[in-house]
Design a protein around this ligand. Structure first.
Ligand SMILES: NC(=O)c1ccc[n+]([C@@H]2O[C@H](COP(=O)([O-])OP(=O)(O)OC[C@H]3O[C@@H](n4cnc5c(N)ncnc54)[C@H](OP(=O)(O)O)[C@@H]3O)[C@@H](O)[C@H]2O)c1
Length: 260
């Protein structure tokens, strides 16, 4: 929602439903001008929010998506675009829970979308027209970079961009720990690791940036960085990262199966 509003969506056009009243208050304060209503006590609220909406974004936990889709199904117009951001819920599962013929898009965003720097995938369902897909892409582009992918690549994308912010934070944690081992004060080490990962992220965010070229630019022959990278390579760090990403993708496939 933050990304959508920063990108020019009129907050007055947004209706958000949540379960708890205090959460609705928080959202209304954070995103001034939206309508935020608590849904669980008054199940009609989800239906009312869906009624007359051009786009409905489902953002509950994967296990609750099908029930929510069934709950609002009768309130949707035939051309309302339903976008699900739930991990592991397939287009087939979504379409089965919605009225026949409903345009559906499966999307996988990541948390930097809050800052307008997300990666947001879109995979159109059977009944989504090219114009409806374009409308959804334009809307989501305000939250970051939109990529269209076939559904069978969503688990792979999720393993890189969906979980990826956690990998970058994990790197910052490991760097801070390494600084402490080298004798730095923990507070100082946390600060310099955080700012270094954030600063490097900003360099990568420049148009046309190339991670390998940026890395080589700070790696002088026979210098200190070269020694560190050689150690990472010798210990097989790229293979470890590939193993982690594969495990994430496999877990997504497992959850899809469990959701039936
Ligand atoms: N977190 C990520 O980085 C990320 C990335 C990609 C995709 N996703 C997907 O995003 C979805 C949400 O994940 P999350 O981590 O943000 O979960 P979350 O913090 O639990 O958020 C779920 C929200 O849905 C509300 N809610 C639950 N049931 C509802 C209902 N029946 N009617 C209306 N509102 C309801 C909750 O309200 P209350 O706050 O009142 O409980 C809560 O605000 C998941 O499907 C996840 O797979 C998350």
């Amino acid at each position: 929602m933050g990304g959508l509003i920063a990108g020019g969506t009129d907050p007055a056009d947004i209706v958000a439903t949540v379960r708890r009243a205090e959460r609705a208050d928080q959202l209304a304060k954070r995103h001034h001008g939206i309508t935020a209503i608590a849904g669980a006590e008054e199940p009609e609220n989800n239906k009312q929010a869906a009624t007359g909406s051009g786009v409905v974004i489902l953002g509950v936990k994967p296990v609750g998506i099908a029930d929510l889709a069934r709950e609002i199904g009768d309130s949707l117009a035939r051309d309302t675009i339903v976008i699900s951001v739930a991990a592991a819920v397939s287009l087939e599962q979504l379409e089965a829970a919605l009225p026949a013929g409903q345009p559906v898009i499966r999307s996988m965003p990541n948390t930097p979308a809050q800052l307008g720097r997300g990666v947001i995938s879109v995979s159109p369902g059977t009944h989504c027209s090219p114009a409806q897909l374009q409308l959804a892409k334009d809307l989501l582009a305000s939250a970051g970079t939109v990529v269209e992918i076939p559904e069978d690549q969503v688990d792979a994308l999720s393993a890189i961009s969906g979980s990826g912010p956690a990998y970058a934070f994990y790197l910052a944690e490991a760097m801070a720990d390494a600084g402490v081992v080298l004798g730095l004060d923990r507070e100082l080490s946390l600060l310099i690791a955080r700012e270094t990962v954030a600063g490097a992220g900003l360099m990568l965010a420049e148009a046309g940036a190339d991670a390998a070229a940026l890395r080589k630019a700070v790696t002088s022959p026979n210098g200190t960085t070269e020694r560190a990278i050689a150690t990472f390579d010798a210990r097989g760090l790229p293979a470890i990262i590939a193993d982690g990403a594969r495990a994430a993708a496999e877990r997504a496939a497992e959850i899809t199966k469990q959701l039936g």
